[in-house]
Design a protein around this ligand. Structure first.
Ligand code: NDP
Length: 505
């Protein structure tokens, strides 16, 4: 409806009925209000329900649409439609985030950054739900929820608690690799445009001959890695708590479209059997020297969302959104996330979250799941809601999409201890040895700054882990904590003894 005199739309209720005046309806100019002022009641009720549950992790984020373009042929590894030919373009949506902070947290904080990508392919949405780090803190999903509790607020003080955090890490040496990245310069990025993205998990790729290889995904920023020093971040937060959101939004508005080089690493089953580490362990990388990066294409972000809540807050990514040609691996953390992320969207957005436009596949969706909150007739209309059926027009499965069988050998079901028989020290040590002297100094100063807030016994336990990675790493942290090394050796004689790496598990 348009106002003929003013040529602007006429204000309406949520039902679409025209509104004459925007004033509360009262009995007399001084009140009281009337129950029949349904316009006001509707507005108040909607306001009370404006927020949806905050994400438990990755609550603060920024997102944008973009395009993925294939530049190199990788069809010998995967039949995934989005990689089918050089020059092919696929629409994407990327949401960056911090992990631990709530929705109101400042952007420029030391934290891992989420890098969650949705590819709208013609064979369904593929979600690559990654981070700006190639590894993670734990490899057993039983520890995940506990780990996140240590990053959140203390139940009594409602404050972040460094003792809680280091207590957990000191008990979980598999966290050393990610802890070293977190306290390195890359733990505090200058902006979302200046981070790499990593799928982190090992996935499988399947080609059209039914051959399977294991794969890791890498997204290398073409803007270059840029980080903030801690004092720079402090000043930035004092002036602007939304620095990453502002940077990303403004760059795209100005036409400075950020780009990432998209690469994969590939490992055959034979190589997996010989690999020094468990190739499905999320706390490990695959060294580039052994598994070189293979170029695939370019990801570009080139369109800002029109509405933050509808498109960024309601964006729902789940590693279980896989497409033909891309599959899971035995990675225990990935296996758990296949359920956990889908489950959180059921809680946060409801059973029909796929129908929210940002989540909606761009290809036809045909199945027999029906109804629930927010269901639309437009999606399924009068199509049958049961299967099997004899209706010609009804969707039927197609054997052409059957994955080859997966041989997992003679597996023994048990609750395996994820801390046993693992080498948790070599790779964080390799990373430490890549840093120059000044970087090692900054890393260990930051660690000592927070580890110093934990109990002494926790400090001692954690120091042993740093020593096992690299003697210099341990010595620098100990010195900055003011701990006498002879004292440490007396209490922890095995501090410098590095457990022997074991072969692939
Ligand atoms: P390489 O020398 O072949 O690769 C080193 C990798 O480390 C590059 O991807 C590089 O990324 C990245 N890197 C460089 N500086 C830093 C830094 N300050 N903080 C974090 N990452 C950095 O060695 P390897 O493949 O054998 O890996 C050695 C160590 O590098 C690993 O233990 C791991 O901690 C780290 N790493 C390895 C990755 C992998 O997939 N192999 C990926 C990322 C890190 P860039 O080219 O963007 O500078």
């Amino acid at each position: 409806m348009t106002d003929k005199n003013k040529s602007c739309p006429i204000l309406t209720t949520a039902n679409g009925a025209p509104i004459a005046r925007q004033h509360a309806m009262t009995a007399g100019p001084r009140g009281p209000l009337l129950m029949q002022d349904v316009q006001l009641l509707e507005q108040m009720q909607h306001f009370n329900r404006e927020r949806i549950p905050e994400r438990v992790v990755h609550a603060k984020g920024s997102g944008a649409y973009g395009t993925f373009t294939v530049e190199h042929d990788v069809s010998k590894y995967t039949k995934a439609a989005l990689f089918s030919k050089v020059g092919k373009k696929t629409e994407c949506f990327l949401r960056f985030s911090t992990v631990a902070g709530e929705k109101g947290a400042a952007d420029a904080e030391r934290d891992v950054r989420g890098f969650a990508l949705k590819f709208y392919t013609e064979e369904g949405n593929w979600d690559m739900v990654g981070n700006n780090t190639p590894v993670f803190f734990v490899r057993d999903p039983y520890k995940f929820q506990n780990f996140i509790h240590t990053q959140k607020r203390d139940p009594k003080t409602n404050l972040r608690n460094m003792d809680m955090q280091w207590d957990f890490w000191s008990q979980c040496p598999e966290s050393l690799h990610q802890v070293t990245i977190l306290f390195s310069d890359r733990g505090l990025p200058a902006s979302y445009r200046n981070v790499n993205g990593y799928g982190s998990h090992t996935y499988s790729l399947l080609n059209d001959k039914g051959e399977r290889v294991w794969c890791k995904f890498h997204f290398k920023t073409k803007q270059g890695i840029k980080n903030l020093m801690d004092d720079e971040a402090g000043k930035m937060i004092a002036e602007d708590r939304e620095s990453h959101q502002r940077d990303l939004f403004n760059a795209i508005e100005k036409g400075e479209f950020p780009q990432w080089r998209v690469c994969i690493q590939v490992m055959t089953q034979e190589q997996a059997d010989q690999f020094q580490w468990n190739p499905f362990d999320l706390t490990k990388v695959w060294p580039h020297g052994d598994f070189p990066l293979i170029d695939v294409g370019t990801l570009e972000l080139n369109r800002n969302p029109e509405n933050y809540h509808a498109e960024v807050e309601q964006a729902a990514f789940k590693p279980s959104a896989l497409v033909p040609g891309i599959g899971p691996s035995p990675d225990k953390m990935l296996q758990a996330r296949l359920m956990s992320y889908a489950d959180t969207h059921l809680h946060r957005l409801g059973v029909n979250h796929h129908q929210v436009p940002v989540n909606k596949p761009r290809c036809p969706v045909m199945h027999y799941m029906r109804d629930g909150q927010g269901a639309t007739a437009e999606t399924y209309g009068s199509a049958p809601n049961y299967w099997p059926n004899t209706r010609q027009e009804a969707p039927q499965p197609n054997e052409a999409y059957l994955d080859p069988a997966w041989d997992i050998g003679q597996a023994i079901v048990d609750r395996y201890d994820s801390t046993q028989d693992h080498d948790d020290y070599t790779q964080p040590g390799n990373l430490y040895r890549m840093f120059d002297d000044a970087h090692r100094d900054r890393l260990t100063t930051r660690i000592a700054g927070v580890l110093g807030q934990a109990r002494k016994e926790v400090q001692m336990l954690q120091l042993c882990h740093f020593f096992r990675c690299d003697e210099d790493y341990g010595k620098r942290v100990a010195t900055k904590l003011g701990i006498d090394l002879s004292d440490l050796e007396q209490h922890m004689p095995s501090a410098k003894e590095k457990p022997q790496p074991v072969s692939a598990v």
